[in-house]
Design a protein around this ligand. Structure first.
Ligand SMILES: [Fe+2]
Ligand SMILES: [Fe+2]
Length: 136
């Protein structure tokens, strides 16, 4: 895979990260209900981690000679706290699948691969943390 193709894929993942930042922060502000103080803080914490991912990806893009995108996808803001957690689980699942596929494709670029593996580990943690909230 050439650098141009890697940049294109990194920008695709950056769109997901930027969307996750916005979605988590919006959920942080709009969470209501009995468990909302705790969950709302988790949303805030996760939005900050997604921002670190967006930065890491952008830095790799510029190192490869590309331009980081500012595009974001549609943000989903359900009214109920439980539905917020569910849509975030879906975002994390989608990211995990996408990163796994991407990691296979960039095996010949160890720097990009290592970065993606670190981000993947975080996304798996996020899914686990959100999943536990739904068990209670
Ligand atoms: Fe992320
Ligand atoms: Fe995440």
């Amino acid at each position: 895979m050439d650098n141009e193709k890697i940049v294109e894929l990194l920008n695709k993942m950056r769109v997901e990260e930027l969307t996750a930042i916005m979605q988590y922060s919006q959920h942080h502000y709009l969470a209501k209900g009995i468990n909302s103080p705790v969950v709302s803080e988790i949303f805030k914490k996760l939005s900050i981690v997604e921002m670190k991912h967006a930065y890491a990806i952008a830095e790799r893009i510029t190192a490869l000679g590309g331009t980081p995108t500012m595009k974001i996808d549609k943000v989903d803001v359900p009214e109920k706290l439980e539905d917020m957690i569910r849509v975030n689980c879906e975002v994390e699942k989608g990211a995990i699948e996408a990163f796994k596929g991407f990691i296979k494709d960039v095996s010949e670029d160890p720097t990009t691969r290592r970065m993606l593996e670190d981000i993947l580990a975080d996304e798996e943690e996020h899914l686990d943390e959100l999943g536990k909230l739904l068990e209670n």
